[in-house]
Design a protein around this ligand. Structure first.
Ligand code: ZN
Ligand code: ZN
Length: 270
């Protein structure tokens, strides 16, 4: 075992994992929370935004997650170089259709994996040791995308070796999956609802989760455990009963309502 080579690979993977988080979290933060905050502030789901201390805590935990992810990534890389995975180089080996089918399988599998491991992490004997850190953000920001206790980071990362060792995967499919994962993750913690009006009222669209869906999970804890799609919550009866109503309320606000200022003014008389 060449430790120098493994250390070099690990450092590269740390950089890639950090950039994957940082580019998407900082990009959405800068665009939505800073540049477009004023015109979009009526779409702030919980009508207020978390303070700086909370965002810094989310970032700090995310850095520990980057470390956990990089160690698991290095193990996968080491196994791959020793022929232990089915990752292949030539698209022609399985054809283009398989690149797209394998991507769809990864997304569907991850959605189910996330729902059930998430439900398990909410069990009272597990929650405080594994998942409580993520729920310290009752009103999350994009920086919460990786804000996990190290044990939860292992649970979240474990889906990847399961997939890599089970399916023949081309790097295009793996790369696309990684981008899809982080995009949806950051969207779930965006705090602003940017999906179109009436999105959850359409039976053709409401199988897809929204920012409000995961935001309500952070606020209420005991509903909306799903990740990419809403069907597991529907099948298991765990969708929040006020999900549709909350989504429609947020999307019915007019820009001139300025909900943040109203909420602040109305507090003393409440
Ligand atoms: Zn979350
Ligand atoms: Zn949870």
């Amino acid at each position: 075992m060449d430790f120098e080579l493994i250390t070099t690979i690990w450092k590269r993977i740390v950089v890639v994992d950090f950039l994957r988080y940082f580019i998407f979290a900082s990009g959405s933060y800068l665009l939505i929370w800073v540049i477009l905050k004023k015109p979009l502030e009526h779409l702030i789901i919980q009508k207020k935004l978390p303070n700086l201390k909370r965002k810094l805590t989310e970032f700090a935990y995310s850095m520990s997650t980057v470390l956990v992810f990089s160690l698991i990534g290095t193990s996968i890389h080491y196994t791959k170089t020793h022929g232990g995975t089915q990752i292949y180089r030539d698209v022609a080996d399985y054809g283009w259709p398989w690149v797209f089918i394998s991507l769809a399988i990864m997304i569907l599998f991850h959605d189910a994996y996330f729902y059930w491991t998430h439900k398990w992490m909410h069990h009272k004997s597990v929650f405080k040791h594994v998942h409580k850190v993520h729920h310290q953000s009752t009103n999350p920001s994009p920086w919460a995308a990786y804000a996990f206790h190290p044990l939860e980071a292992v649970v979240q990362a474990a889906v990847f070796p399961i997939l890599i060792f089970s399916l023949p995967l081309h790097s295009i499919a793996i790369f696309s999956f990684l981008i899809y994962m982080i995009t949806r993750n950051v969207m779930g913690h965006l705090g602003f609802e940017l999906f179109p009006k009436n999105f959850v009222n359409s039976k053709w669209l409401n199988w897809h989760t929204t920012t409000t869906h995961h935001d309500m999970h952070h606020k209420h804890f005991n509903a909306n455990y799903g990740l990419y799609f809403s069907w597991w919550d529907r099948w298991m009866g765990t969708e929040h009963s006020a999900y549709q109503q909350t989504y429609n309320e947020v999307k019915s606000r007019e820009p001139q309502d300025k909900p943040v200022k109203k909420a602040m003014v109305s507090t003393p008389s409440a």
